[in-house]
Design a protein around this ligand. Structure first.
Ligand SMILES: *Cc1c(COP(=O)(O)O)cnc(C)c1O
Length: 358
């Protein structure tokens, strides 16, 4: 066994909804702890799966995800050969770490951010340097990133919008930053929540991945497309990096059902657009509520909000008893809540300002 495995704290996945319901003795549980799409999944997905040729159950799936690749390449206007598909964006994160990190290498992340960057760096024996976000705004401290680059730095993770802060960085600022990063350092931009950004007309750093060989953009079907159960994510990389990743990728990582689901989801942009609009409206209401009631929070461009509250654990427990699961443990006294459906948001807010919580 690799020595570093002993020190790894494994990722704690979400508990099955049925288990949580049983434990709390509740009938209805709304999970707002995993940033899933509260509006479900496009109906086109189920329809497409039912049309799948079940006679191919005993056959291996298309290992190159040909149809899905063509559709994503067309939608993003990128060369299909530069797309790498993974079992969720999770696998893409693991693949980058496995391919590019060796013992003693260094990885830079903002703090707080998605925990899997550090997890997989740790598995490869690399050292993770956490650079605190701006205390006031939650945004990236790009200068501090530059100050921390050494000859050992191999990967810089940029999560945009960042999970859990929800904050968004302009592509122009990222470009300024990338220009100052040595070409030998990979800049990996995780855009799991990019569709939720409404403050910029062209929020994605996709163009940078075409311009700079050391920049890649990562996406997932788990969030806005509501396809978390199907496990499909991908990266847009340079031709050179694509060769490395294809060499290390498991040949049949995506099942046919997953490929069919993602393709059908991609083709229903109306579902995506409706989700964006509803989320934007509810996000505005959430921010107004937090402002009016004196909660500290970071301005969000995602489908969740990160806010401060004293006795966060007590509030999280109280919310659970009322059937609402939110995410704790990301920063002391802060909670992350996925923006839910209108009635649920109101109900949570009511519980938050009830006398016993103040
Ligand atoms: C949810 C999430 C992922 C993982 O997505 P999957 O495709 O479901 O594996 C990756 N990055 C961030 C920032 C996320 O929040």
């Amino acid at each position: 066994m690799k020595k570093q495995i002993q020190a790894i704290q494994s990722y704690t996945p979400e508990e099955p909804l049925s288990e949580v319901k049983k434990r709390y003795g509740i009938k209805r549980l709304v999970r707002l702890s995993a940033n899933e799409n509260p509006y479900g999944t496009s109906a086109c997905v189920k329809e497409a799966i039912l049309k799948w040729n079940f006679e191919e159950e005993n056959r291996y799936p298309d290992g190159y995800a040909f149809e899905l690749r063509k559709a994503v390449a067309h939608k993003l206007n990128v060369d299909g050969k530069k797309l790498i598909f993974g079992v969720g964006l999770d696998e893409i994160i693991a693949m980058f770490s496995r391919i590019f990190l060796e013992t003693g290498d260094e990885v830079l992340v903002t703090n707080p951010t998605f925990s899997e960057y550090a997890l997989h760096a740790g598995i490869e024996g690399a050292k993770v340097i956490k650079i605190n976000c701006d205390k006031e705004t939650g945004k990236y401290n790009f200068n501090s990133f530059l100050d921390n680059i050494t000859s050992k730095t191999k990967i810089i993770w940029l999560c945009n919008p960042n999970n859990p802060t929800g904050t968004y960085e302009d592509v122009a600022d990222i470009e300024e930053f990338v220009k100052k990063v040595p070409k030998s350092v990979l800049v990996l931009i995780d855009e799991a929540y990019i569709d939720y950004v409404t403050e910029s007309k062209h929020p994605s750093a996709l163009e940078l991945s075409k311009q700079f060989e050391n920049v890649a953009v990562l996406r997932t079907f788990s969030k806005i497309y509501g396809l978390a159960n199907y496990r499909v994510g991908y990266a847009v990389v340079s031709a050179k990096i694509a060769t490395y990743m294809e060499a290390a990728r498991l040949p049949y990582n995506l099942s046919s059902i997953s490929q069919v689901a993602a393709l059908a989801g991609l083709q229903d942009q109306q579902f995506v657009n409706t989700s964006i609009e509803k989320n934007k409206k509810e996000r505005q209401k959430w921010e107004k509520f937090l402002t009016n009631n004196g909660f500290r929070f970071y301005h969000s461009q995602a489908n969740f909000i990160f806010f401060q509250c004293l006795q966060a654990d007590t509030l999280a427990e109280r919310l659970l008893k009322h059937g609402y699961q939110v995410r704790r443990g990301l920063r002391p006294d802060w909670l992350r809540v996925t923006i839910g459906e209108p009635e649920d948001n109101l109900e949570i807010q009511k519980i938050m300002i009830a006398k016993e919580n103040r």
